[in-house]
Ligand binder design. Sequence first.
Ligand SMILES: Cc1ncc(C[n+]2csc(CCOP(=O)(O)OP(=O)(O)O)c2C)c(N)n1
Length: 338
Amino acid sequence: MLVNDKFLGITSYLMSKIVLDNDKFLELYRVMIRIRTYETTLRTLSREGKIPARFGMYTGQEGVATGVSAHLKKDDQIGSTHRPVGHLIAKGINLDKLTAELCGKATGFNKGKAGSYHIFDPETGCLGANGIVGASVPMCAGYALRNQIKNDGRVTVSYFGEGGSNQGGIQETLNLAACWNLPIVFICENSSPVVQRMLGHEMDYPQLTIDNVSIRAAGYGMPGSTHDGWDVEEVYRVAGEAINRARSGKGPTLLEFKVHQFEGNLEGRLEANEKDKPFCPIDVLEHKLRIRQILKKDTEEKIRLEELELVQKAVKFALSSPEPDIKEAYTDVFGGAF
Ligand SMILES: Cc1ncc(C[n+]2csc(CCOP(=O)(O)OP(=O)(O)O)c2C)c(N)n1
C-alpha cells in the first residue's frame, strides 16, 4: 500500500503496521544513520577533491537497503547499482576498505582501481556495484543459478532503478529467473516521478509507460508488488517474505519500492527542494520510534556519535593510506599483458 499523504498526516497509518520488536528497530535505525552519516561525510570529501571519481548518492533511499539486508546472511549475495554505498553498508561491508577504495587508495577493496562503480567484496557477498545501468542484474541471475546448483541455501538480491528496468537485459533476466525458479529477489527502487520532475526530463532514458514497475512481474509469472521505500518497517516485512520464499526454493519475486532521491545521479548535481522530500526514511523511522517510546534522546545521540566515530575512523584510514604503485596499473585488469 502506498502513502499519498503528508508525513505528519500518516501517523495512524505508520502505527497500524507494527512488525518489528524494539531491538530490531534500533538495529535498523543504526544502519540507516550509518549510511546517511557516511554519505554526508563522503560528499564533503568529494567536494574537497579527495575522491577522484564522482559517485551516486543513495541519500533518501536508506530504508530499502536496510530493510532488505536485515534478512540477508553474510554469504548471501547482492548486485548493486551506480548508487552502491547504501547497499554495501547495509550488507556489512568494511568501511575502512570501502573509503580507501572510493579515495583510490591501495588499501581499498580493489586496490583503488574500482572506485564506487565497480566495488567488489566477495567476503560480504557484495558482488559488484555497477556503473552500467542494469548490468549487475543478469550477473545476479548467474549467482542465483550457482546457488541453486550448489543447493546451499544462499539467496541473491539484485537492485536496479526504474530507468534501468527498461533495459532489455533486465527483462530477459526476469523471464529466465522465473523459468528456472531461481533463488533471487529483484528490487526496483523507483524514484520517478520526483527525479524526472526535478531533472526536467534530462535523463537519457525513455520515460516509463507504467506507474508501477512491479506489474511486469505478472507477465513473467512471478509475484510482484509495490511498497513505500521510505518506511523501513514495510520494507523489512515484504523483503522478509520474498527472501524466505527464494530461500525455500519457491523462486523469484519482484519488489518495487517508491523512494525519494534527495540527490541526483551524481554527488553535488542536484539538491532536492524541501517540498520534494517529505518522506525522509530516517525522519519517518524516528517519528515511529518516538511515538512508541523506543528512541530516547540519549540513545539517539549515542547512536549518532558512535556512527560518526566509525565513519571518521574510516576516513582517517583512507586518507593516510598509500596511493597504488604505478606498476599496479597493469595488474588485475583485462589488457594487463601489454
Ligand atoms: C547503459 C547505461 N546507459 C546510460 C547510463 C547513464 N546513466 C547513469 S545513471 C542513469 C539513470 C538511471 O536511472 P535509474 O535506473 O532509474 O536509477 P536512479 O538513478 O534513479 O537510481 C543513466 C541514464 C549508464 N550509466 N549506463
